[in-house]
Design a binder for this molecule. Structure first.
Ligand SMILES: [Zn+2]
Length: 252
């Protein structure tokens, strides 16, 4: 199993990051830590050094941050990603969050930053990890124009089935988070989607599958289990297929 999207760089893990990572290592074959801010990218690169070959980096800027950040911060984010591009396995997270950001100016800023990340993925021929809420079609249309991006991953997908099918038809991937273990909408959604285009993630520390417990990468097992249950297939089959997808996309 691989957790393709988590944030173990967050300060909330400072007290017991080592234990969290040990539990992840016991159960998983890798994690991709997602840089969501200037500091997040820096911390991801720093912690990655301690878990070589297990923790991989995705470098980006969260669309909610993009909607309100100063332009000099944004420039610094792009500069530092360019400088550290060889350390990353993917670009992102980046995208559109029209759920959190409802004002036009904020959305306009998101679109601008997202376009630059799309161009970056084109330039470096690297996979792009998208954070999209209430703007799935819009984001899909924006990336679709760039056929040279090797792979596109919609992280924590929660849109509708019709868009999910369009995304898969284009050869892109949908990553399902630990939400899957407790959301009927998500369970219904994955029923008919092919394993060939699915990935698993926790989005830790968010979206814990266990009440009162902070999420962590080892809990990605719950996503694999739920996928197997919903699809009535062996856990092993889900595990093998989703890990294979992650290895292929990110070259890990
Ligand atoms: Zn995230």
């Amino acid at each position: 199993m691989i957790d393709v999207h988590c944030h173990v760089d967050f300060k909330g893990y400072n007290k017991n990051r080592e234990e969290v990572m040990q539990r992840a290592k016991d159960k998983l074959n890798g994690i991709i830590n997602s840089g969501a801010s200037l500091g997040g990218n820096r911390r991801t690169l720093k912690y990655m050094e301690n878990y070589k070959g297990f923790m991989h980096a995705s470098l980006g800027f969260h669309p909610v941050n993009a909607s309100k950040a100063d332009s000099d911060i944004i420039e610094r984010v792009f500069d530092e990603i360019n400088e550290n591009i060889d350390e990353a396995v993917a670009i992102g997270e980046s995208g559109l969050d029209f759920h959190e950001v409802t004002d036009l100016e904020g959305r306009r800023r998101q679109i601008k930053v997202f376009s630059r990340f799309i161009n970056m993925a084109v330039e470096y021929e690297m996979p792009l990890i998208l954070h999209v809420r209430d703007a799935e079609n819009r984001a899909f249309e924006m990336v679709k124009k760039h056929s040279s991006i090797p792979d596109v991953v919609f992280h924590c997908y929660g849109g509708d089935l019709e868009t999910a099918e369009k995304i898969i038809e284009e050869g892109y991937y949908l990553s399902f988070s630990t939400i899957l273990s407790f959301s009927d909408h998500h369970k219904e959604l994955v029923k008919d989607l092919p394993l060939s285009n699915l990935l698993t993630e926790t989005d830790s520390p968010y979206l814990s599958p266990f009440k009162g417990k902070r999420n962590e990468p080892s809990f990605v097992e719950e996503v694999v289990k739920t996928l197997a249950e919903v699809k009535s297939i062996p856990i092993r089959e889900v595990d093998r297929a989703t890990e294979k997808n992650a290895r292929k996309i990110f070259g890990i």
